[in-house]
Design a protein around this ligand. Structure first.
Ligand code: C2O
Ligand code: CU
Ligand code: CU
Length: 522
């Protein structure tokens, strides 16, 4: 079994930190032994959360908004260049990174429901890539999955009309078998969708002022500053790996900023949280225990603000929260040990048991007052279960298969009818993180208990604890195309690259006989 703990003991870890002040130390949690013998090779003893905190010396970078250029047809045209660069994360070192329109991460794109967007994606990388619009409802040819490769030097120009409620989406590369590495190198960005109803609500919405994206990632960085591409797991033809966990780093970056603080000038601030990590699950909460309000999940607003003290986010999940600050105070957003369910294969997976600081907020001496949150944010359509259809079952196996097969670009795994609603039932044996392209879904069953309140809104990605049945009511889109598939997969990115992914096409009735994958950027 692979152990991700970087150091043999807490004492050694303390020495490293004292010497370099460079690395967040992820402390072993103490309480969650879930029915198996504790391993002797775990670091010990556990220390209380935050015992070795950061000094938050760096001002948080906020990704700039990318201004679109209107074209003659009234489209909003965005230009993204994917390129190599150099970043400084740890003091005194530089790191070779990739980014969009810059060295690391990418600008925030923003468009409103009804807008037609055109994005020119220039590939200046030394590798084939793609750019996927995670959470977007759009035709499969524009989705940016593995079937839309962009060769080095080429430009890909998808265009589509935004037709979904306000939400915080994101973009990232999705090339066949290379997603984990390319996202880890730094290509990812936020895509904000607006709509008039959401825009009329008294929610903080001044980007970069009281409405701030927080792209949270973990890295393992070598002493020379280079990214550590550790844990090269066997590929999809390699040995079966039950507990390949993906990359789990000890250096936390927020918007590419190590050791960050953000000065806030408003009483209420909206944080658009995105977990853009490979495998780590965060359990976010404030060090002082203050509550905050969840106002949106992956695919849009929740019906009523949900007061929470902790919010768990698996890779690719998003959440919008509104936090109330008091003048002059400082408070730290922390990640507490996540609840990863009853995992029989041991600790150390996906951040299990680990606890660390994420970012410090520094409230100005005087704060701009803000209205109270509205009691109702939106109306979610009632859950109408399709009567006659049987659920589809997806069993996530090892780190590389769904229903006994690994991803095959030439195989269509499911055919669904445009505009239909289906129940998808997902299960696994170690922690996984299920995502479906091009749709929104509702979680209608989450294990044996009630669906947790933070999973009650529209979503596109959901954490699947081991031995837990997760049932999704999936609303498929209207873009029928028998030749271009959408993906569904585990969003633990190395699981995805190992082959824990499948393909579905959306068709209209009568197109069944045309179904065949048309590959190669068609
Ligand atoms: Cu975030 Cu298949 O993607
Ligand atoms: Cu996606
Ligand atoms: Cu997985």
């Amino acid at each position: 079994m692979r152990r991700l703990s970087p150091w043999g003991s807490g004492a050694a870890a303390a020495g490293v930190v004292a010497a370099t002040v460079a690395t967040v130390v992820l402390l072993a949690g103490s309480t969650h032994h879930r029915g198996h013998a504790p391993s002797t090779s775990r670091p010990a003893p556990p220390a209380p959360p935050g015992a070795r905190s950061l000094d938050f010396r760096n001002a948080l970078r906020v990704p700039p908004l990318l201004a679109p250029q209107p074209d003659a047809q009234g489209r909003k045209v965005f230009d993204l260049t994917l390129e190599t660069g150099t970043s400084t994360f740890l003091p005194g070192t530089t790191t070779a990174t990739w980014g969009a329109n810059g060295a690391y991460l990418g600008p925030t794109l923003r468009a409103s429901r009804g807008d037609t967007v055109l994005v020119h994606v220039h590939n200046s990388l030394p590798a084939v890539t793609t750019l996927h619009w995670h959470g977007m409802h759009l035709p499969a040819v524009d989705d940016g999955g593995p079937h839309q490769p962009i060769a080095p030097g080429d430009t890909w120009s998808p265009s589509w009309t935004i037709d979904q409620p306000a939400a915080t989406l994101w973009y990232h590369p999705h090339p066949d078998g290379q997603t984990a590495d390319q996202v880890y190198r730094g290509i990812a960005g936020v895509f904000i969708i607006d709509d008039p109803q959401a825009g009329a609500l008294p929610l903080p919405n001044d980007y970069g002022v009281n409405d701030i994206p927080l792209v949270i990632q973990d890295k393992r960085i070598k002493p020379d500053g280079s990214l550590d591409f550790f844990d090269g797991p066997p590929g999809r033809d390699g040995a079966v790996v039950f507990t390949n966990t993906g990359r789990l780093g000890q250096t936390i970056l927020v918007n590419g900023t190590y050791n960050p603080h953000l000065t806030v000038g408003a009483e209420r601030v909206r944080l658009r949280l995105l977990n853009a990590s490979d495998a780590r699950v965060y359990n976010l909460g404030f060090a002082d225990g203050r509550p905050f309000d969840l106002v949106a999940t992956d695919e849009g607003l929740v019906e009523h603000p949900v007061p929470l003290r902790r919010l768990q986010l698996a890779p690719a999940e998003r959440a919008e929260i509104v936090v109330t600050f008091h003048a002059g105070e400082q408070v730290v957003l922390h990640s507490f040990p996540p609840d990863l369910g009853n995992n029989p294969f041991g600790h150390g997976l996906n951040g299990d048991g680990e606890s660390f600081d994420v970012i410090q907020f520094r409230a100005a001496a005087a704060l701009r007052p803000a209205p109270a949150l509205p009691a109702q944010l939106t109306t979610l359509a009632p859950l109408n279960l399709p009567a006659a259809t049987r659920p589809r079952h997806f069993v996530l196996q090892h780190s590389n298969q769904i229903n006994n097969v690994s991803m095959d670009m030439n195989r269509v795994d499911a055919v669904v009818i445009a505009g239909s609603t289906e129940i998808w039932e997902v299960n696994g044996f170690i922690p996984h993180d299920f995502h479906i392209h091009g749709v929104s879904f509702r979680v209608i069953q989450y294990g044996d208990g009630a669906v947790p309140p933070q999973l009650e809104g529209w979503k596109d990605t959901v954490f699947v604890p081991p031995f837990t049945t997760v049932r999704l009511l999936v609303q498929f889109g209207d873009y029928a195309d028998p030749h271009h598939p959408y993906m569904y997969h585990c969003h633990i990115m190395q699981h995805e690259d190992n082959g824990m992914m499948g393909q579905f096409v959306v068709i209209t009735r009568g197109q069944e006989r045309q179904v065949a994958v048309n590959d190669g950027g068609g």
